[in-house]
Design a protein around this ligand. Structure first.
Ligand SMILES: [Cu+2]
Length: 172
């Protein structure tokens, strides 16, 4: 195969990959998590939850005004929350749970590597108009945040607060 022919072939392959990649990313309005075992790793802000343990569903809307609605959520320690996210904007947004420190570090990393792939049970990535959901168990009390770490969004204030109130110790 001569040089130009080989180039033509790889150009075709590249465009085929691009087309299938786009079709995959936009093929479904609902972005489901890939099947398979969810990583059950204890974080300061909780642990991945199971659908059968859900105690409450909270809908969170995200917009191109770089805001979440609601942006202030109170949860009782031990609750398993199903977050249903809706991106009503025209650009990609994310919902990432964490401590402020963790999100600050993550945001700095996203700024350095804007195309960085990241996916954990405590985050959701939504293209324009998409919905998504995650199930998370808040088994530790404290003050946590959720944020969109798309470059520029965090800095623009796309942040919300989660207060996990300690479970009352039964007295007798
Ligand atoms: Cu965003």
């Amino acid at each position: 195969m001569n040089f130009s022919k080989r180039n033509a072939v790889s150009a075709v392959l590249a465009s085929l990959l691009a087309v299938t990649g786009i079709a995959y990313a936009h093929g479904d309005a609902t972005h489901a998590k890939p099947a398979g075992p969810v990583k059950m790793e204890q974080k300061d802000w909780g642990i991945a939850g199971e659908a059968k343990s859900v105690t409450r569903t909270i809908e969170v809307t995200m917009t191109d005004k770089m805001r979440f609605t609601p942006d202030n959520i109170e949860i009782r320690q031990g609750e398993t929350i199903r977050f249903v996210h809706r991106n009503t904007g025209q650009v990609k947004h994310e919902f990432v749970l964490g401590t402020k420190k963790d999100l600050d570090e993550h945001a700095a990393l996203m700024k350095k590597f804007p195309n960085m792939e990241h996916d954990e049970p405590y985050m959701a990535h939504l293209g324009a108009g998409q919905t998504s959901e995650i199930v998370w168990t808040f088994n530790r009390a404290g003050q946590f945040d959720f944020a969109c770490l798309m470059p520029g969004h965090y800095e623009a204030g796309m942040i919300g607060k989660i207060k996990v109130v300690a479970a009352k110790v039964a007295s007798n």
